[in-house]
Design a protein around this ligand. Structure first.
Ligand code: BGC
Length: 426
């Protein structure tokens, strides 16, 4: 398993000591955030517990992620989720809130077969007042559609649905990490932490006694904003040029949205030092490399074939393996950092590891990036030693969408929506 990149001036990988320090600082930031003291972690209440009892029925879900929007109709029964209808579009470059939410309403229209109640996974930091009311604090993942920040998100969706004549009622809004935890808990007893390691990055967990409520509640930490971290000069350069410098520092080191750009910055640095031949084009264009590109080089190689396809003068084998190595370390560091924060959560909820924990993860990095899942589990295993077997990590595919359906089921039960709302509501 890759550890230090000794001798390289392109240090990305973290040592076990650095990982331990991050876990401990993260735990402290959680405690501070819960107490309302200054903390990079927003610790946002979700108004949801892990669902208890039988959850069944057919519900609609919208999953508004970082790169795509999905709409689903989901049948829930006996711990199983069946997707009856599904549509997915690329996140449109909308110029206004109305344009953005019209796209979502049309997507819902296309999948609404029989269900009436809708859960809405909205993958951005929101200040939530109750299960169905959430105001966007700020966009992340370099999205900047005007007119949405500060707004009540489900209100925007309701308006758009009404304008499109879609008789569907949003009853719950939740973060994608929360959706993933609901889905994980639906299938795996003991699930109490969930994370997205995809275009964006964030983690939530089940807080045994949430502030003010004093009862168990899933907390969306917005962990992507954690910032007590060992930054490389590439992390600093990326942050300085980003849409919101100083914000989402962990996310800028972990999330797929940024990993290709970190690689590009390292490649430009090598070009600047004369270690790689200069070429006009792709490497000079910010965000021209994706996490998928660099994962492809690490996994499939050879990089030379990719360069050829781009019309770039071939590099030597040594140059190719230097770059591939850097890319691999960028990917593996992402897994190390995510794991370090999971260790921080475990330190907070169960320091002696007295019970079993399942960590549910959704997202393309965890699912597909070469060595990513193995590295994450290696870090956990190394830090937890003989207690390691009490922590299991599970891929929770489509967790955020299915979780929205589960939240809709919970909300419609809790608020007596079933049968008590008539069409006049619309
Ligand atoms: C958002 C989180 C979200 C994460 C994963 C971040 O940019 O702030 O709310 O959970 O991306 O999608």
């Amino acid at each position: 398993m890759a550890r230090h990149s000794q001798g390289s001036q392109y240090h990305f990988l973290l040592s076990a000591e650095q990982i331990e320090a991050i876990a401990s600082d993260f735990r402290q930031a959680m405690v501070n955030g819960l107490l309302g003291a200054a903390s990079p972690l927003k610790m946002l209440p979700s108004f949801l517990d892990i669902p208890k009892g039988e959850i069944e029925g057919t519900y609609l879900a919208v999953d508004f992620g970082g790169s795509h929007i999905r709409a689903l109709e989901v049948g829930l029964k006996s711990g199983q989720a069946q997707i009856a209808a599904y549509r997915k579009i690329k996140l449109p470059e909308a110029k206004s809130a109305a344009e953005l939410f019209r796209c979502i309403a049309l997507l819902v229209k296309a999948v609404a077969l029989s269900a009436r109640y809708l859960g809405h996974t909205f993958s951005f930091p929101c200040r939530q007042q109750d299960l169905n009311t959430a105001h966007l604090i700020a966009w992340t993942k370099e999205i900047a559609t005007p007119g949405v920040e500060g707004e009540n998100i489900n209100h925007l969706l309701e308006q758009a649905l009404r304008q499109q004549g879609v008789a569907v009622q949003p009853v719950a809004i939740l973060n994608d990490t929360v959706g993933t935890l609901l889905t994980a808990a639906y299938s795996y007893p003991g699930a109490d932490i969930a994370s997205i390691c995809g275009t964006g990055h964030n983690t939530c967990y089940l807080e045994p006694a949430a502030p003010r409520q004093g009862k168990p509640m899933i907390i969306n930490m917005e962990s992507g904003n954690f910032n007590k971290l060992p930054f490389t000069r590439f992390d600093k350069a990326l942050d300085a040029e980003s849409e919101r410098p100083g914000q989402q520092r962990l996310e800028k080191m972990v999330a797929g949205r940024y990993l290709g750009e970190l690689a590009r910055l390292a490649i430009m640095d090598l070009i600047g030092q004369g270690s790689l031949p200069d070429t006009v084009g792709i490497f000079h264009v910010p965000y021209s490399l994706s996490a998928e590109d660099i994962a492809g080089w690490v996994e499939a190689g050879p990089l030379s074939t990719w360069l050829k396809a781009q019309g770039i003068v071939p590099w030597t084998d040594a140059q190719c393996s230097l770059v591939t190595n850097i890319c691999q370390h960028i990917l593996l560091r992402s897994a190390q950092l995510a794991a370090a924060t999971f260790l921080g959560v475990l330190l907070h909820i169960d320091p002696a590891l007295e019970r079993k924990h399942v960590i549910g993860i959704d997202g393309s990095l965890y699912e597909k990036a070469p060595g990513y899942a193995a590295q994450l589990e290696f870090v956990l295993g190394e830090a937890l030693g003989d207690k390691g077997s009490s922590v299991e990590v599970k891929l929770v595919k489509d967790g955020s969408g299915i979780g929205a359906a589960i939240a809709a089921a919970v909300a419609s039960k809790e608020d007596g929506y079933n049968g008590s709302h008539t069409d006049e509501t619309w």
